[in-house]
Design a protein around this ligand. Structure first.
Ligand SMILES: Nc1ncnc2c1ncn2[C@@H]1O[C@H](COP(=O)(O)OP(=O)(O)OP(=O)(O)O)[C@@H](O)[C@H]1O
Ligand SMILES: [Mg+2]
Length: 235
């Protein structure tokens, strides 16, 4: 018969503390250094974990555009729980092409959309990058594996690809964009894309293979041509 044991605290278990001290010592870590580390509060809710990963400028962004809110509802409706009782996860869904002038609020709406999904209690594995940063990450270099980088952006359930078409066009840019968009297109993975360019300029910049896929996989969202950064009281 199993007997009930009261839960032990670390303080009640000197052998555990001794063992921990031996492990730290074996790794060359001074116990006193560990003791002196400040107690930083860890993010404890999904929303706080999300906030920690958001750029501070967009940490409080709230999506307001009706088409963006409709996209949130669509993606939320397509979520699935990996097992009974588990939290629903973003797995598939449509994409948005958010087009408009500089400062119109595209990136704000995109982060607002991600926040709205998290606030709805949905598990969202997401990544965000600007197209220019992505190309920089994908350039061949001695210390990064560009294929792994591309695979991570291709497979993440929700991707924010910001400022598509803002980088100087080249064969490399066209090819890498095609590889990323084609994989996400084939896998029916939701992608929030922002751009300053009209579609005909995107075609010139990225080629027909990319823009044809975007035409099918995205709903186009247009923004009023107002530069919000230049409005009075914009900080
Ligand atoms: N609905 C909103 N409410 C309050 N502030 C907003 C809103 N939309 C945008 N902003 C603010 O306006 C500024 C410009 O917005 P944002 O960066 O989203 O523009 P953008 O369209 O992505 O511009 P760009 O094309 O230059 O990247 C930011 O400071 C942002 O926080
Ligand atoms: Mg932006």
């Amino acid at each position: 018969m199993r007997t009930h044991r009261d839960p032990q605290t670390l303080a009640d278990a000197p052998s555990v503390l001794d063992r921990m001290a031996r492990i730290l010592a074996a790794r060359g870590i001074d116990q006193h250094t560990v003791d002196a580390l400040p107690d930083e509060p860890e993010p404890y809710s999904a929303e706080q974990a999300l906030s920690a990963g958001l750029p501070p400028r967009y940490r409080d962004a709230i999506a307001q555009h009706p088409q963006v809110l409709a996209w949130v509802r669509q993606v939320a409706a397509l979520t699935a729980a990996p097992s009974l009782g588990a939290r629903r996860q973003v797995t598939t869904g449509p994409s948005l092409l958010m087009a408009g002038a500089v400062g119109a609020g595209k990136t704000h709406e995109a982060y607002g959309a991600i926040r709205a999904l998290v606030q709805a209690g949905i598990g969202v594995r997401w990544r965000a990058t600007t197209a220019a940063d992505l190309y920089a990450e994908l350039r061949p270099s001695a210390d990064t594996d560009a294929e792994r980088v591309l695979a991570a952006y291709s497979r993440v359930p929700l991707l924010l690809l910001d400022d598509l078409g803002a980088a100087k066009s080249s064969e490399f840019v066209e090819e890498q964009t095609y590889r990323l968009i084609n994989r996400r297109y084939n896998s029916l993975l939701p992608t929030l894309i922002t751009t300053n360019l009209p579609i005909k300029d995107l075609r010139t910049c990225l080629g027909d293979r990319v823009t044809s896929r975007l035409a099918q996989m995205t709903t186009r969202v247009s923004f009023e041509p107002v530069d919000r950064r230049r409005l009075p009281r914009a900080a």
